[in-house]
Design a protein around this ligand. Sequence first.
Ligand code: PMP
Length: 459
Amino acid sequence: MHMPRNYDIAELRRLDIAHHLPAQADWQEIENLGGSRIITHAEGCYIHDGDGNRILDGMAGLWCVNVGYGRDELADVAAEQMRELPYYNSFFKTANPPAVLLADKISSLTGGRLPHVFFNSSGSEANDTIFRLVRQYWKLKGEPKRQTFISRINAYHGSTLAGVGLGGMKAMHNIGGDPIPGVEHVRQPYWYNEGRDMSPEAFGTACAEAIESKILEVGPENVAAFIGEPVQGAGGVIIPPANYWPQVEAICRKYGILMICDEVICGFGRTGNMWGHETMGVKPDIIAMAKGLSSGYLPISAVAVSADIIKVMKTGGDFVHGYTYSGHPVSAAVALRNIEIMEREGLVEKVRSETGPYLAKALATLNDHPLVGEARSVGLLGAVEIVADKATGARFGGAEGTAGPMVRDICIANGLMVRGIRDSIVMCPPLIITTSQIDDLVGIIRKSLDEAEPKLRAF
Ligand code: PMP
């Protein structure tokens, strides 16, 4: 293992408060806490902080470190590529070897169905690319009115303006005003919160029908595309009923609307198949991917697009869109090697046949806990709903949002990094996690729920 440097942690925390503005954070709260937790180093499935804690990373960083930490070969390949060609753009009728080879690799990972690949640096940028590409496609195709996107309430598609606009998170829309016109949001397929009075199948149908109603309301001739995460991640690991996505696909086809899957979390094996849309049994026209593409070792994202769409795009001259770091050679080289590691170690297969089913069984043992309303997972993506009353599903404090952060903080203190989303905790461990580490993960959740219960009941 790489030996960590000897940092002055107190000084780093002071500087953090003085100068560093962490992402998606309450800066006053961090100042009150005396600065951020400083993560100094990591190996395998564990992160280490400046206070000497070793923490099981139940979030794979931020849903991304699929091959785990400390892969020397990814560091080596980055160093080699930096020496050979650290950077070149793709604006000047130029390309570089890793970017071209990675595009070919991604095409083959889609079974050749989405053979054209555009690179960006982040998931948000990928969705911005999709937003502009799709609108341009319809103009070139002679249906210029098709400019409206349909998305879901509580979807997450990023933090840029198009990402926030496509996303359906009210708290994000409230910052900076209405992000962009031309996006309509429909209900999400969140059975536990919104559909328990129906069977999952009836609820799945109702949620798909909400899309059709919206299409008819807007006018099919005005709708460009539907976009959705196969499983909503940041929204709370919302796994739709099995009949939802096939019905969504049929509706999109019926009205000639493009179907886009945001695979930023679900791609690269997370749900037990290479793509979340495979797990959901559908065939999108465009997908966005990021995170697991490089396991987070360097920033890179991609948009994979069908041949039909690119054929039309080629009739339109310059696609005046792109980023300085589109097809960055070092990021692309790392992504290629990351995919090679996944294939060599059979990580997708491992999630599908071993660790995914094991996590599902382990989480099911929590169902007897008085605070657990539902424990659900698909592949290595899971959530535990925390309730005051198992029978009614009533939340603590009479309102949403108390229990998730509290149980999360107790989990972290007990050596497990998870995320608290409203009244749930969610998990997304590295794809290399072992069954005994899954036992540890679920054991810490149980212990933390036990510790949280008296505090929550005292509210
Ligand atoms: N789409 C989805 C589904 C995501 O989960 C995320 C990130 N959590 C994004 C887009 C945005 O990616 P990034 O943070 O890399 O911009």
